[in-house]
Design a protein around this ligand. Structure first.
Ligand code: SF4
Ligand code: SF4
Length: 372
């Protein structure tokens, strides 16, 4: 099996051999859901952060009796897996203040599973001097809470070492992403998303060495149109493969299970590690529609990415009942089309293969509209 296949396998399941190995050696694992979480602090204390995801699960029958049908299907899918004990490898949760749907999901996890450890990590909705200072204090609090819960010491030097490792990862990821930007792409979008999903399911040192291996691999790619994927977090590898099978090659994404998770992160410039992390994570979070007053940032990110990845069109997708991206996508569509960028807005349910026929037909029609 080559490394790209390894990444695809990791992304389509929850547990993986590296995680099992970590647990066998006595390592702790915490679950979190949003990219605002600073993994450097946890990893500096040998606590592995694992990003919660639905792993392609479309059955939400148990979760539906806890959350309402008006909650987005990503959250219901994750909750279903938690209720069905698929996340038993976790030693606790970090309740990162992402969107309201996730907050409701964490309420239900608390209620139904009564986990031994759940820490509320607060995340501001604005980026300014005051919120950065508040977020820095949340970072320091997180360090103390992890130290106490897992009986570890988190030294500032260890945090800086982790920050430098993440910088190396982000630089390499950008090179990896650019393998799709040329007129002869060497990667599928599903491979790239599998890599990003794996990044948040593995110890960072393991991920980095696998990524260096994957840099040497390439695929023969056949496609009709180059497409940028934007909107909701999308880790549905199976669905992305199907989109690519009809000819829409995903050459980049601005989503938070894609390039949006790292593309705009600043590099370490020395100085206080916690002050830096607050800046790095809050500024990067502007890619998400949960952040107030940052629409222009997101629009420009989509435009910059569309230009650099030389796309023919943009797919703005959102899950049903995702108010954040549902509203944003409507405005973004009008603004991008005014600037001559063709857009397809796609509403869907998380991982629902029952929707596949409709989605494929809409994508085929979009490719034809692009004249490809
Ligand atoms: S969509 Fe926004 S709130 Fe949700 S996980 Fe991504 S960054 Fe966090
Ligand atoms: S899809 Fe929308 S509602 Fe669902 S978790 Fe993401 S941001 Fe929240």
């Amino acid at each position: 099996m080559n490394t790209l296949e390894t990444f695809n396998e990791i992304a389509m399941t929850l547990e993986n051999p590296y995680l099992d190995d970590w647990k066998k050696k006595g390592g702790s694992v915490v679950g979190y859901a949003c990219i605002a979480f600073p993994r450097e602090i946890a990893e500096a204390g040998n606590v592995l952060p694992f990003r919660l995801r639905g792993a392609g699960n479309a059955d939400t029958s148990t979760a539906d009796s806890y959350l309402s049908r008006y909650n987005c299907s990503v959250c219901r899918s994750c909750l279903e897996l938690i209720l069905k004990n698929k996340y038993e490898f976790l030693d606790g949760y970090i309740r990162v203040r992402g969107c309201d749907h996730w907050m409701g999901t964490f309420d239900e996890i608390l209620h139904a599973k009564k986990p031994e450890f759940m820490h509320y990590f607060k995340v501001p909705h604005l980026v300014n001097k005051d919120t950065l200072s508040f977020f820095e204090s949340e970072m320091r609090k997180l360090k103390e809470v992890l130290e106490k819960q897992f009986k570890v010491e988190i030294g500032e030097d260890d945090v800086v070492e982790q920050i430098k490792l993440q910088d190396k990862i982000n630089k390499t990821l950008k090179k990896f992403y650019r393998k799709r930007f040329s007129s002869k792409p060497e990667l599928n979008g599903s491979d790239a998303i599998a890599v990003i999903v794996s990044k948040d399911s593995l110890p960072s040192a393991v991920f980095y060495s696998l990524l260096l291996e994957a840099m040497k691999e390439k695929r023969d790619i056949d496609y009709r149109a180059r497409v940028l994927l934007s909107g909701c977090p999308m880790d549905e590898i199976q669905l992305i493969r199907e989109m690519e099978r009809v000819g829409a090659l995903i050459v980049s994404e601005t989503t938070c299970f894609g390039a949006g998770s790292f593309w705009n992160m600043t590099e370490y410039d020395g100085g206080d590690a916690y002050e830096f992390l607050a800046r790095k994570y809050l500024e990067n979070l502007r890619v998400c529609a949960r952040m107030f007053g940052e629409y222009e940032f997101r629009k420009n990110f989509v435009k910059r990415m569309a230009e650099e990845a030389r796309v023919d069109g943009v797919i703005l997708q959102h899950n049903k009942f995702c108010d954040l991206f549902g509203i944003e996508n409507a405005k973004l569509r009008m603004d991008l089309e005014k600037e001559g960028i063709p857009v397809l807005v796609l509403e869907k349910e998380y991982a629902s293969m029952a929707d596949l026929g409709r989605i494929k037909t809409r994508i085929q029609a979009f490719i034809e509209r692009l004249g490809k």
